[in-house]
Design a protein around this ligand. Structure first.
Ligand code: CTP
Length: 200
């Protein structure tokens, strides 16, 4: 918004970190592109730090080609259209600031729809609060990724920012409901499935 304020969300980045760690454990060479996250960074990866969605898209494109790509970042859908270079001050009149937004690039959709050089396996996430399966199934088709990991991020699930996840893996062939388990266990299972497909 301005030099001292920003818009963020409740994601910790833990699920993405865990997936990168699991893939490293299976012997993959992993580039980990991370926004500001509170979860510990994975070890044994090439780490690229970014702050904005536009920077993340550029970093992703720079680091292709890849056999597989996982998009677990909670990318902001919108950014403030014209961020202020100086701190926005109260002027004493009680007038409230008005923020205008612009839509961010959709990184997962951009990569999924690449005509040339698309990764062989593109995995996205779907964070939903209602009609999880329907929304996530539609999201997979709309974005064009191969798999989508759907999760219910309603506050009562404690998933966003928590240590456990309850996911459904959706692919062209159907939906697989996994039991609720730790985020590292979800990551291990997902990485193993990726390795099966990618021949690792
Ligand atoms: N994603 C992305 N770039 C964005 C927004 C989302 O790459 N600008 C990716 C996320 O990393 C995730 C997937 O798209 O893999 C779905 O994100 P999600 O927040 O569930 O959905 P949205 O794209 O925001 O769609 P909606 O607003 O309809 O829920």
């Amino acid at each position: 918004i301005d030099p001292v304020r920003y818009i963020a969300d409740r994601s910790s980045g833990a699920q993405g970190s865990a997936i990168a760690q699991a893939l490293v454990g299976l012997g993959a060479r992993v580039t980990f592109i991370s926004g500001p996250a509170s979860a510990p960074m994975p070890e044994g990866v090439d780490l690229v730090r970014v702050e904005t969605a536009a920077e993340m898209l550029t970093a992703v494109q720079r680091n292709l080609p890849a056999d597989g790509a996982v998009f677990a970042a909670a990318v902001a859908d919108w950014r403030v259209a014209s961020a202020s270079d100086s701190k926005i001050k109260k002027d004493g009149s009680g007038a409230l600031p008005v923020l205008e937004f612009a839509e961010n690039p959709d990184i997962l959709a951009t990569v999924s729809q690449m005509k040339e050089g698309r990764p062989g396996l593109v995995v996205g996430f779907a964070a939903e609060t209602d009609h999880v399966l329907d929304h996530a199934t539609a999201k997979r088709l709309r974005k064009g990724c191969d798999w989508i990991v759907a999760n219910d991020v309603s506050p009562e699930t404690g998933i966003m920012g928590g240590s456990e996840n309850d996911v459904t893996l959706i692919s062209e062939t159907g939906a697989e409901d996994w039991p609720r388990m730790g985020k590292q266990a979800v990551a291990d299972r997902l990485a193993a499935k990726m390795a099966e497909v990618l021949g690792g």
